[in-house]
Design a protein around this ligand. Structure first.
Ligand code: PMP
Length: 357
């Protein structure tokens, strides 16, 4: 047996920690912000039929430009976004990796605003891109002035925003995105993984795309869309961005089965998203009930809640796990993060917390 240290691995990867949300089989899994409602049976049947069709030609490589899927996704996004402006990959994680491969890399840097989605810095490390942690203001917000100051100080090649921010739930003002775009000559990415959970009328960076060829908005089917296991993420941007990603992507990176499953799911978007309102009800219940139990939840426009006021998060995590409930310790002192689940899962979590807290 050899240890990692003994292998001739790149020096800059030594000592790093891989992505590591624990994967455990538990009764109530509220740790990775999935949509915990299963895919409706009739939609699952439609997806199965689409897969069966695709299997007949699985001896051939898939459409490496995934034309049909891009058409479906553009139709889903609306707002006049064309298929040429859409690009997809195996989860938005792969999209972010491709962005870093094309626009980052050795000798280049990406500015992010921690605490934020852990994969932003992990993918930076994996692609040899220097990660520059920017400041946030009070309550984890990023003002336009702060974004501009951080860009002026660090001159990054790429700026990563996350709206709403995981794990804090903090919204991002579009003025900040506009100011950041004007302040940098680099790429500005807005990770909108949780966009569908926002209140009606919330602004999205999709609105800012016209006239901004260096802006990229990423989305995913893993959250609201109840499709995490299928691995489909996508972006909307100027078509030239897809030209850049074509230079770094693996040929045929999206399997024919992934494409077929995603197209069938998007054709039933209304059913796949039917649970989003219910999840928002459960999120709001967490926001109301947690203070009654003595905790301090941060406001959230997503499907998760970060709550503070915990003396010993590690102990509470273990106590919940002993009751077959999995939440997430994101490393912010005195906090834990919990996903809004079904009504029953949310009840189990709240009742257990009340008992052990
Ligand atoms: N962005 C954010 C902010 C996330 O929280 C996640 C998943 N936790 C992702 C991207 C990646 O999701 P996926 O690769 O499943 O699309």
């Amino acid at each position: 047996m050899t240890t990692l240290d003994e292998l001739p691995i790149r020096d800059d990867l030594r000592g790093l920690t891989p992505y590591g949300a624990p994967q455990k089989t538990v009764r109530v899994a509220l740790n990775v912000n999935e949509n915990t409602h299963p895919v409706p049976e009739d939609v699952a049947d439609a997806i199965t039929a689409s897969l069966a069709q695709a299997l007949r030609t699985v001896n051939r490589y898939p459409d490496r430009e995934f034309h049909s899927l891009r058409e479906s996704l553009a139709g889903y996004l609306g707002r006049g976004i064309t298929p040429e402006q859409v690009w997809a990959a195996n989860g938005s994680n792969e999209i972010i990796q491709q962005i870093l491969q094309a626009f980052g890399g050795p000798g280049r840097s990406v500015l992010g605003f921690p605490p934020t989605y852990s994969m932003h810095s992990i993918l930076a490390a994996g692609t040899g891109t220097r990660w520059v942690p920017g400041r946030r203001d009070a309550a984890y917000a990023i003002s336009p002035a702060t974004a501009v100051a951080e860009i002026a100080a660090h001159r990054p090649d790429i700026v990563f925003f996350c709206a709403p921010n995981n794990p804090t739930g903090t919204p991002l003002s579009m003025e900040t995105v506009e100011a950041a775009y004007d302040a940098t000559g680099g790429i500005v990415m807005v990770d909108e993984a949780y966009a569908e959970f926002a209140a009606a009328g919330t602004r999205t960076a999709l609105e800012l795309l016209p006239g901004r060829p260096r802006l990229i908005v990423t989305r995913t089917m893993s959250k609201a869309f109840a499709f995490a296991g299928a691995r489909v993420g996508y972006l909307a941007a100027d078509p030239a961005i897809a030209d850049a990603l074509r230079l770094v992507r693996l040929p045929y990176h999206l399997s024919a089965l992934t494409q077929a499953a995603a197209i069938a799911a998007i054709a039933h978007a209304d059913r796949m998203l039917a649970m989003v309102d219910e999840i928002k009800v459960q999120r709001d219940r967490l926001l109301t009930e947690l203070p009654r139990l003595g905790y301090e939840p941060l406001p959230s426009a997503s499907n998760f809640v970060l709550f503070g006021g915990i003396e010993n998060p590690q102990r509470m995590f273990e106590q919940l796990l002993a009751e077959d409930i999995l939440v997430r310790d994101v490393g912010i002192p005195n906090t834990l993060r919990v996903t809004a689940g079904t009504e029953e899962e949310t009840s189990t979590f709240l009742e257990t917390l009340g008992r052990i807290g």
